[in-house]
Design a binder for this molecule. Structure first.
Ligand code: FE2
Length: 291
């Protein structure tokens, strides 16, 4: 203290103050998440079984989420198929409007919390739409499955449901991935903005065609309107072209929809999420082809 009562600078503090300060925000470790779009039939399952494990290893993925609702001949999923996809490397499976197409899934679903049906299904529906778990590196995460209502069955409000379900996620779980299974682009985009800053990613599924609008929204939420499907692309969104064309030419006659076979591709997105904040750092769209 000098005579005027002004504190005398500590020479050690002065030395520290003269050193340049790094103003760059500190970045903690990132959780690497791979989300695979709707598996369609046996061609979709084939590429998952042949390629997914290598992709997870090469990209050092911590958490793999797969939408499986078209995995059984294009409609629904069976317990055996679900177990096969888990064995191929998926940690959590999401679904949508076709989840009940295979009756055997009704008894399987309540006993397998890592297979989700949309959270805004009627409250009496078997199973759950939210899963909270830990990734391979120990980081807590949550996956929320929602379904849109525009041009689809008018179920519960997915926006209000999202708010209610997110309130159930433990506060220490920062990494939250939402599958928004919906027909209308506008409804998916709106959900992205509704949840921006509240979740790590809002990823659209159901329409099967990948979109080019992937980005990280201002609040730190990764977004894409549709991830795209995993299955045969020499098709109309996975089905043989002939049956679909017959349907469109004369939609009064019954048509038989059969899963196509050619040009098998796996569409997905990789999201890198800051483990401490849950904010997405990046989202990249990925396509893999079967040789
Ligand atoms: Fe769907």
């Amino acid at each position: 203290m000098d005579s005027a009562g002004v504190p005398t600078p500590d020479p050690r503090e002065s030395a520290a103050a003269d050193e340049p300060r790094d103003q760059t925000p500190r970045k903690g470790p990132a959780l690497k998440i791979l989300f695979i779009g709707d598996i369609v039939g046996s061609p979709g399952r084939k590429i998952v079984h042949e390629r997914l494990a290598d992709i997870l290893a090469q990209r050092e993925i911590d958490l793999c989420i797969v939408n499986c609702e078209n995995a059984a001949s294009g409609f629904g999923v069976t317990p055996r198929i679900a177990e096969d996809i888990f064995a191929a490397g998926a940690d959590v499976l999401t679904s949508g409007n076709h989840i009940w197409k295979r009756k055997e899934i009704i008894e399987y679903l309540p006993g397998q919390p890592r297979l989700l049906r949309p959270a805004n299904f009627p409250i009496s529906s078997p199973g759950h739409g939210l899963y909270v778990g830990r990734a391979k590196n120990g980081v807590g995460y949550a996956v929320l499955d929602l379904q849109g209502r525009t041009f689809m069955t008018p179920i519960e409000d997915p926006f209000r449901t999202a708010t209610l379900e997110l309130a159930r996620v433990p506060p220490d779980v920062k990494v939250i991935i939402v599958d928004m299974h919906a027909e209308a682009t506008s409804e998916k985009v709106a959900m992205g903005w509704h949840l921006d800053g509240k979740v790590s990613a809002v990823l659209g599924t159901h329409t099967h065609v990948p979109t080019a609008d992937f980005r990280v929204l201002p609040g730190g939420t990764a977004y894409i309107t549709d991830v795209g499907m995993t299955g045969p692309h020499d098709s109309v969104i996975g089905m043989e072209k002939r049956g679909i064309l017959e349907h469109f030419f004369d939609n009064t006659m019954p048509s038989r929809f059969v899963v196509a076979e050619g040009d098998i591709r796996m569409n997905g997105v990789q999201i890198d999420v800051d483990e401490s904040t849950g904010h997405a750092r990046s989202i990249d769209r990925l396509t893999f082809r079967l040789d």
